[in-house]
Design a protein around this ligand. Structure first.
Ligand SMILES: *Cc1c(COP(=O)(O)O)cnc(C)c1O
Length: 381
C-alpha cells in the first residue's frame, strides 16, 4: 500500500518547544498577556499594520467582535451560508440573527451584489468570509457598509497574509478575525486573534479581552482602581500557546511560500482536466490580490461524482475532504437565522467542492500521486 497522504498535517517550524520552555523557565509567566503574547501581537501589528489582540481561537475573536459591534436581540448580520459555524454562532450568542446570502461561483465568497437587497432596518453588520484566503470584494462591501452605517467584520480565519490591492485581509473592515487552529496555515493548536482596525473600538476591545475589567488603564496609570467596568470574558490564550505561535509567525513567509508552490503544482497537473470541462480548479491569483495557499480545492460534477472520487482517492490511501454543510440548511441555522434570496450556488457548490491534501511537508511527488489518481478517475469517465 502507498504511504498515507492526509488532508492536513500540522507542521512544526522549529522553535516552538524552545519558546514554550522560555515562557515557563525564563519568563515564569504561564497565564495570558505575557512576553510571547506581546511578541505575537507586535508581529501582527508590524506585519499587518493593525493592533491585534491574541485570543484562544478565531471563534473567540468573532465573539469579541459581536460584543464590540453591539449586537443585541433581533439585530441582523449579513454573511454567507457557505462558512464555518463560528461565523454565525458568535452573533447568535448575542441574540443576533444571521442573514444568509449566496456566494459567487468563482471565489465561493459572499456575492457582494446580493448584500444590499438583504439590508433591513435591523441590519447591524456585514461579515465577509475570505474563503481559502481569497479576497471578498472589499471595496464594494466597504462602500455598502458606509452608505448604510453598518460595521464590517472580516472573517479572515483562513486569510493571514493574503492581500487585496496592497491591503492585508482582516485589516480592511472595522475588525478582522484570524485563526491559528491546527488546520490553518500558521498554527498554535487552538488560537486566534482579533484585529482592531477602527481605532474607536480599541479601548473597549481591551476591556472585553480582560474579562470586562479596566486592567489595562490601571496598569497604564490612567485609573486608580482595577475594577469591573463592562461585559467581557476570558478570551486570552495562555502564554505557552503564544510561545508556540511566535515560532510559527517567524516562519510565516516560508510556510506560505511552500503552500503556494503546492497549489501551483496541483494547478499545473490538473489544468488539462479543467480545460476539458471535467472539473474546475480553485480560484487562482487575481490581478489585485495574492492568496496564502490555504486551500486547494476542485469542483467536481454532482454529489455522486464527488463521493465516487473521494472513495477512489481513499482506496489509494489519500484523504480528501469536503465542507461546509451550508449553515442555512443546518438545524441551528434554520432555527436562528434566515435566508435572503435564493442560495442556489451555495447549495450546488457545497455538494461539489473537494479539498485536496495540502500541508507544508507535502512533497511535489505526493501532489503528483494525488493528481494522477484524479486524472485516471476522469479518464475512465
Ligand atoms: C477555522 C475557521 C473558523 C474558526 O476558527 P477557530 O480558530 O477554530 O475558532 C472560523 N471561520 C472560518 C471561516 C474558519 O475557516
Amino acid at each position: 500500500m502507498n504511504e498515507f497522504i492526509p488532508y492536513n498535517r500540522p507542521f512544526i517550524a522549529g522553535k516552538e518547544l524552545y519558546n514554550i520552555a522560555q515562557a515557563v523557565i525564563k519568563h515564569s509567566h504561564l497565564a495570558g498577556d505575557g512576553y510571547f503574547t506581546k511578541q505575537c501581537q507586535d508581529w501582527l501589528r508590524s506585519r499587518l499594520g493593525s493592533p491585534a489582540l491574541l485570543t484562544h481561537s478565531c471563534t473567540a475573536a468573532l465573539e469579541m467582535a459581536a460584543i464590540l459591534a453591539d449586537i443585541g436581540p433581533g439585530d441582523e448580520v449579513i454573511m454567507p451560508s457557505y462558512t464555518f459555524v463560528s461565523t454565525a454562532n458568535a452573533f447568535v450568542l448575542r441574540g443576533g440573527v444571521p442573514v444568509f446570502v449566496d456566494i459567487r461561483p468563482d471565489t465561493l465568497n459572499i456575492d457582494e451584489a446580493l448584500i444590499e437587497p438583504a439590508i433591513t432596518d435591523r441590519t447591524k453588520a456585514i461579515v465577509p468570509v475570505h474563503y481559502a484566503g481569497v479576497p471578498c470584494a472589499m471595496d464594494m462591501i466597504m462602500d455598502i457598509a458606509g452608505r448604510h452605517g453598518l460595521m464590517v467584520i472580516e472573517d479572515a480565519a483562513q486569510a493571514l497574509l493574503s492581500s487585496d490591492s496592497g491591503r492585508f485581509l482582516g485589516t480592511i473592515g472595522d475588525m478582522g478575525t484570524l485563526s491559528f487552529h491546527e488546520t490553518k496555515n500558521i498554527i498554535s493548536g487552538e488560537g486566534g486573534a482579533l484585529l482592531i482596525n477602527n481605532p474607536d473600538l480599541l479601548d473597549r476591545a481591551h476591556i472585553i479581552w480582560e474579562k470586562g475589567t479596566n486592567r489595562r488603564q490601571f496598569f497604564q496609570g490612567q485609573v486608580d482602581k482595577y475594577t469591573w467596568v463592562d461585559i467581557g470574558s476570558s478570551f486570552l490564550p495562555s502564554d505557552m500557546t503564544a510561545a508556540f505561535l511566535y515560532a510559527q509567525l517567524e516562519q510565516a513567509e516560508t510556510i506560505i511560500q511552500k503552500r503556494r508552490e503546492i497549489c501551483d503544482h496541483y494547478r499545473a497537473r490538473l489544468v488539462s482536466l479543467e480545460e476539458k470541462g471535467l472539473i474546475r480548479l480553485a480560484h487562482g491569483e487575481s490581478a489585485a490580490g495574492s492568496h496564502n495557499g490555504h486551500i486547494f480545492y476542485i469542483v467536481t460534477g454532482e454529489l455522486e461524482e464527488r463521493s465516487r472520487l473521494i472513495t477512489c482517492l481513499r482506496n489509494e490511501n489519500i484523504h480528501a475532504v469536503f465542507h461546509y454543510i451550508p449553515l442555512h440548511s443546518s438545524p441551528a441555522g434554520k432555527k436562528f437565522g434566515r435566508v435572503a434570496g435564493d442560495l442556489k450556488h451555495t447549495q450546488n457548490l457545497s455538494e461539489r467542492v473537494l479539498r485536496l491534501p495540502l500541508y507544508y511537508e507535502m512533497s511535489l511527488d505526493d501532489v503528483d500521486r494525488v493528481a494522477d489518481v484524479i486524472s485516471s478517475f476522469y479518464s475512465r469517465g
